[in-house]
Design a binder for this molecule. Sequence first.
Ligand code: ZN
Length: 336
Amino acid sequence: MRAMVMTEVPDGVSRQALSLQQRPQPEPQGPFDVVVRVAAAGVCRSDLHILMGELPATVPHVLGHENSGWVHAVGPMVSAVQVGEPVLCYPFVSDGLSPPERRGIDSAAPARRTPGIDCDGGYADYLLVTERSLIPLPGDADLAAMATLSDAGLAAYRACRKAAAVLGPGSLAVVVGVGGLGHLAVQILRALCPARILAVDTREEARKLAVACGAHDACSPSDLDAVAGATADAVIDFVGSDESASSALAGLGFGGSYFAVGVGGTLSTPILQLVANETRIEGVYVGTYPELVELTQLALSGEVRPVVVPYALGDADQALRDLAGGSIVGRAVLVP
Ligand code: ZN
């Protein structure tokens, strides 16, 4: 079995930080009962955060938590999928028995495993998962594009669904960061609500992508105040820096909602401002299996079209470097 075990870190990454996270890799536990032959594995900024020691992760392990492929082999009790079937991999592997899972929140299951985060993931030819985490796909589905839905798309979808609840006709939604998640969020918002969409990104190519994806307008962060003022009904922040958070809060109108998806910065704001403006602040962490099923339908119907930048599996280091350097427009995927 070929797999890209990450031994090299991108430029500027702290090896000291990485070593802080190193501990013995546990034996795979839980209900792994399906081997998937990987079709594509998305390259996520979380992979960079893991390499930089900014996210808790068990290392060494094979990265890749955003995967699609074909069922290669199944255990004797598997009945939901068949060998050869194309599938999308929901990121969490668990048995479904805990109270959070009973409510559909597998991301909070106490005994969950997350291939690519705490056990071997999809930067490989084959991947161990469970039938409970798989979504069967049609035979003609674009598996490289579909892979991006399972993490980038799913987090964007959950944020957009929350935002859409407060976005009626004439409202303004601001999408901060038009990368792997943001370009999907623009399309999802168009599909879910009638809001006017303003996309914000430092990169001109990303702003062009946002408009191509359906944003009504796009600007750089430095122009946000001049373009929108304090009028946004919802801001979805895929950057998560100190600067993006503070400018997002400043851009909200009365009763506006700030949804944090990207991570890295710290939110700091006077409580008086929150009270006076009745500001709502909410974090968004990945999403549920049913939400991924809904998003899959949007993609299969052509309402959401992931923009994919393919790399060969052997070029994983280059893909991570390009992501760190900001040169990827859309979502990078590794194709074995
Ligand atoms: Zn991710």
